[in-house]
Design a binder for this molecule. Sequence first.
Ligand SMILES: Cc1cc2nc3c(=O)[nH]c(=O)nc-3n(C[C@H](O)[C@H](O)[C@H](O)COP(=O)(O)O)c2cc1C
Length: 331
Amino acid sequence: MEQARRELETIRRKTSRPINVNFFCHQQARADPAREMNWRRRLEAYYVEMGLNDNTVVLNSNRSPFDDKMCDLVLEFHPEVVSFHFGLPDRTLLARVRRTGAKIISSATSVDEARWLEDQGCDAIVAQGYEAGGHRGMFLTQDVSTQVGTMALVPQVVDAVRVPVIAAGGIADARGILAAFALGAAAVQIGTAYLYCPEAQISPLYRQAVQDTKDNETAITNVFTGRPARGIVNRLVREVGPMSDVAPEFPLAAAAVAPLRAKSEMAGSADFTQLWSGQAARLSRKLPAEELTKQLAAETLEKLRFIETMASPDLLAQAAALATVSGSVFG
Ligand SMILES: Cc1cc2nc3c(=O)[nH]c(=O)nc-3n(C[C@H](O)[C@H](O)[C@H](O)COP(=O)(O)O)c2cc1C
């Protein structure tokens, strides 16, 4: 909490512009010693291989959901936008956030989730497609096999809700941004592309992995935290996942993986490290965050202007004629 406070102080000191603070609002997992022991046993061979033993301290993960203390921070710093992942906090907490005047946003991975968020009073909704890096914001289902891709999700969410929709998942350049606007999105949320920026506070191992990864080298996995998230396929994902029935609930799965991660990272390996990344990592560019953002905006505007120029009445007539011809040829 103290770290969050220090970071918010720094951000407020450095800018007078509006800020967005993001929180996880999962249900607090109940400790389940039997399940955690099973998980530890599932990883036993790796412990042996790495010379870790039963005395290895396995710390409980302390990733706690949005609570009264975090809400106090919101009251203290008044972020203009407060966004949530995994649904929304309970009514009392949400009402406290709303009273600060902050705009409230959360992620939906289906039309049902988007409608639910709108009914609870969200001011905007992130439509998070299957391509997205990091944890899936899914909260009305646990079934990853039916999760929807960005191309299909965004227009269906746009049709279903009245609030602005922010497209997320697999967008990393001006083509993706333009496509999202064409699907009806009011804005885009880009995650993976910013991992290439020097400002991203990620380890050299992670940076290298994300720079090397290809379109078909990520998967949705629960082996790192207990909740489905998209990351680069490494040894743990390949051999234990990508989805494991043994993994304890979020965030408890992380505890038994932590010593493996620490030991293998010391040896220069990312075999047990969570390497969150979306499917479009290869479209990213190594630029400072500000420059990347400005380039993406400029390139999108340029493409929009080009389309406007192309869409002269003459060209539209030609396109219509072409459509008729191809319709008669293929129809
Ligand atoms: C490394 C990483 C960390 C993320 N952490 C969060 C988070 O803490 N909260 C959140 O709402 N979304 C988080 N996301 C998801 C993004 O907000 C967004 O939905 C996603 O990155 C969009 O897809 P893309 O990665 O293909 O750009 C994260 C994504 C990545 C890649």
